[in-house]
Design a binder for this molecule. Structure first.
Ligand code: SF4
Length: 317
């Protein structure tokens, strides 16, 4: 399944997700990653799937959504890993343009030093680049990068891309208590944002179960201070995203089990939201239990709330 949702997104509205990377191939293993630890660290691009197969599934899903009187705001590459590791990303973006819906890519930016990655991302209407750290020490503690990467090269790649990119460029910084929220470090992040000059700079906190158990969201005071430092140094508009998902905005078909499997492989969902859609779709209330018994979905508790996510370990790599 290459497509999931749409799921609600504060930044993108109704976002139809494209999962163009197998679980879980990434150049980072962020401590807060909601998909879990990275088992397959990579920095070289390759073909994972046929672009036509991805396009065909996206097209079918868009038609299905339209038949229900809806329309996604964005078709977004937010996969089980780093989307730019897919060497066909540019071809897929070109194909999806035929559907006349805006495209988005959320990237960790670690491969932007490659010209071919810049070229592929230039085809997307909206690109979000991750800036969690500007010092090697913090970068290694929060993003846990592949050993072949260099932070200076990554930061320069993002600045170079920002000079040529014509679309809507934003940055995102995940703020983790005690890891990257020291004001002096935030000043360094703000200097980097100043050089990129994005349309907006988003500050996020972990709201879904993270890869490591000792990860906590930054405090409200720290968030306010961070937003103020970034805005005063870079003059960029800063927005903090700290809320949990609500029932609004998810798209479920009558096949609730299949939708749950595709969404939770990328986006853990709270129990109340699943129960809500089981009720709305008049689906069998035992679906969730069956998926857990079949070892396809696993239960997690984070900040006192119960979440469900796909058991990626049970899938073939
Ligand atoms: S948060 Fe994104 S960049 Fe970090 S490990 Fe997860 S998929 Fe990779």
């Amino acid at each position: 399944m290459f497509v999931y949702g749409p799921v609600p997104s504060r930044r993108l509205g109704q976002s139809l997700g494209v999962n163009n990377i197998p679980p879980k191939v990434c150049s980072y293993s962020c401590v807060y990653c909601q998909i879990g630890r990275t088992k397959n660290m990579k920095i070289y691009r390759k073909e994972f799937y046929k672009p036509e197969d991805i396009y065909s599934e996206v097209k079918t899903k868009v038609n299905q959504i339209k038949e229900n009187g809806k329309q996604p705001d964005y078709i977004s590459f937010v996969p089980d890993g780093e989307p730019t590791l897919d060497k066909n990303l540019g071809i897929e973006l070109d194909l999806i343009k035929n559907l006349n819906i805006k495209t988005a890519v959320i990237t960790n930016a670690s491969l932007l030093w490659m010209d071919e990655v810049k070229e592929d991302l230039s085809k997307s209407d909206w690109v979000s680049v991750k800036i969690d750290a500007v010092s090697d020490d913090v970068w290694h503690r929060i993003d846990r990068p592949h050993g072949g990467l260099s932070l200076q090269k990554v930061l320069k790649g993002v600045i170079d891309f920002s000079k040529s990119y014509k679309g809507n460029l934003v940055t995102e910084t995940m703020l983790v208590s005690g890891l990257n929220d020291d004001p002096r470090h935030i000043e360094g992040i703000a200097e980097q944002i100043l050089k990129i000059n994005p349309r907006k700079s988003y500050i996020l906190v972990p709201t879904r179960p993270p890869a490591e158990s000792n990860i906590y969201r930054a405090t409200s005071e720290s968030l306010i201070k961070t937003a103020s430092i970034i805005n005063s140094i870079s003059s960029v508009n800063v927005e903090c995203i700290t809320e949990d998902d609500t029932e609004q905005g998810f798209f479920f078909t009558d096949n609730v089990a299949e939708d749950l499997l595709s969404i939770t492989s990328v986006h853990p969902i709270r129990e109340e939201i699943i129960r809500h859609y089981i009720k709305v779709k008049k689906a069998d209330s035992s679906i969730l239990k069956e998926l857990i018994d079949q070892n396809k979905i696993i239960e997690y508790t984070y900040e006192g709330k119960r979440f469900y996510k796909r058991n990626l370990d049970a899938l073939k790599q």
